[in-house]
Write a new protein. Structure first.
Length: 231
């Protein structure tokens, strides 16, 4: 089920540390499609680190990064209807929302290892999904839980007169082992987009298990399994 409004990027409770130095402490951010925003702050306040985390140049230590649309697993709602975008996690890229671990000196108990749960990664697009990179939200350590992965593809709303190629059926295909997409490695963003096909979306069970996820949620107008799947 879909609802209309959807930010192009939604970040919730994002954390990033370098050793004992916590640079990002629970960042929340919404960016609408075509919106331009400006980050203002003193040197060392974490502006560049936040951008590097969004661009997948730095793994995060916790929180959620929702790209393309919002996913509400509790209500079964996906807001991709008016979001005409492809999402590509290119080969070599890393989306990491794994939990972290720290050793705390607790009065009466001494040093205690504390582990955090994995965060959540949600990818929702109206035009297509190319998931060739690594997605990870593993538990931070013993006693913690793996995070969640939500993948959604829905049919956007179109006006009359659009290219017939954009009206291709949307189908999410589940494979036991991830299948490489047809995107040529090393292409620029514009050249890579030119190779994308409307309606493409595939996910491998091995991507879920290797990512340490404890929960998987799939949304789509149509879903199919390429073979007998074992999860």
């Amino acid at each position: 089920m879909s609802e209309a409004a959807a930010p192009a990027l939604r970040i919730r409770d994002l954390h990033k540390s370098f050793g004992r130095l916590e640079v990002l402490r629970g960042i929340d951010l919404d960016v609408a499609e075509h919106e331009v925003i400006c980050l203002i702050g003193a040197s060392g306040s974490g502006k560049s680190t936040l951008l590097r985390c969004i661009d997948l140049l730095e793994p995060v230590n916790g929180g959620s990064i929702v790209v393309g649309g919002t996913v509400d697993t509790g209500k079964g709602l996906v807001s991709t209807r008016n979001l005409h975008v492809f999402i590509a996690v290119r080969e070599g890229a890393l989306l990491d929302a794994s939990g972290s671990q720290a050793v705390l000196d607790v009065d009466g108990l001494g040093k205690v290892a504390m582990a955090g749960n994995g965060g959540s990664i949600a990818l929702a697009a109206g035009d297509g999904l190319y998931l060739d990179g690594v997605m990870r939200a593993a538990a931070g350590g013993k006693g913690a839980a793996g995070g969640s992965l939500s993948v959604a593809q829905d049919m956007p709303s179109y006006l009359r007169g659009v290219d017939p190629a954009t009206l291709a059926a949307r189908q999410l295909i589940i494979d036991q082992t991830a299948q490489p997409s047809a995107l040529t490695a090393g292409l620029s963003d514009s050249a890579g987009t030119a190779q994308m096909t409307y309606g493409h979306a595939r996910l491998g069970v091995d991507q879920v298990s290797n990512g340490g996820f404890g929960q998987l949620t799939l949304f789509g107008r149509g879903a199919s399994f390429s073979t007998v799947i074992s999860i």
